[in-house]
Design a protein around this ligand. Structure first.
Ligand code: GTP
Ligand code: MG
Length: 238
């Protein structure tokens, strides 16, 4: 596993769980219920990727595709300060795009090719991956077409990850734990997205006293371990 680069999450327990951090060249999926911390960690990663290598980053920019309108610049500012980075510069280095529907979301990913290299983008966030797809293709009768389109989108993202050697992080809200293991919306009949290779899935859940628990599931390389973390004024923390 030489030459694999990682983006530190900024949380020791999570980096240990991930054996280094978010892997570059791969697609990582954050799964979990509302308020579990998926979006918070996306904010933090868009700061972390900018830090120099010795601080766990890649000295690079982030592309933040926001499908739910939950990106908060002021939260980025807080996290940047906590990490000792210049908040203004950090905000400038997050290329923000709001996706208004699934077609637009796919178009944004397609268009990204034009400026990834020029702008040194090493992290693409899609928060969340599937809400537009869910609302535009409701019910069982649309499941097949939704899945087909979603698969095309995921394969778009996989291509960018390997072509430009960048990390892709997507979020996926699930109501309850069993969804993850049975009837996952990202698992079409006849194989899941693991078939595309190199995907890591982390399941976040809320625990007592505001704590959060992360667990790696279905990973070819990680043990099914858990790690606890917190969300504070400083961002996502140990
Ligand atoms: P959905 O998008 O609804 O699926 O949830 P999510 O997993 O993206 O949750 P998100 O990352 O938005 O987490 C929201 C939670 O983070 C809140 O309920 C708070 O507990 C916590 N949080 C967000 N901002 C702050 C902050 O500034 N300070 C503190 N202490 N906690 C915060
Ligand atoms: Mg969210």
């Amino acid at each position: 596993r030489k030459n694999v680069e990682y983006i530190s999450t900024g949380v020791k327990a999570l980096d240990d769980l991930l054996e280094g951090g978010i892997e570059v060249g791969s697609l990582t999926e954050f799964i979990g219920e509302f308020g579990a911390g998926k979006t918070q960690l996306c904010h933090q990663l868009s700061v972390m990727v900018q830090l120099p290598k010795e601080k766990g980053g890649l000295g690079a920019r982030a592309l933040y595709i926001d499908t739910e309108g939950t990106f908060r610049p002021e939260r980025v500012v807080q996290i940047a300060r906590a990490k000792g980075a210049d908040p203004e510069k950090v905000l400038e280095n997050i290329i923000y795009a709001r996706a208004y529907n699934s077609d637009h979301q796919m178009l944004l990913v397609d268009e990204a090719k034009k400026y990834i290299e020029k702008n040194n983008i090493r992290l693409i966030i899609v928060d969340s991956l599937i809400n537009h797809f869910r609302s535009e293709y409701p019910g069982r009768e649309n499941l097949a077409s939704r899945q087909q389109k979603l698969n095309r989108h995921i394969s778009q993202l996989h291509k960018l990850a390997s072509l430009y050697n960048l990390a892709v992080v997507v979020t996926n809200q699930v109501m309850a734990a069993p969804d993850i293991f049975f009837g996952n919306p990202l698992k079409p009949a006849g194989g899941n997205i693991m078939a595309h290779g190199f995907t890591y899935r982390i399941w976040f859940r809320k625990a007592k006293e505001g704590k959060r628990i992360a667990r790696i599931i279905d990973s070819p390389k990680h043990a099914e371990k858990e790690a606890a973390f917190a969300i504070s004024e400083d961002g996502v923390t140990d």
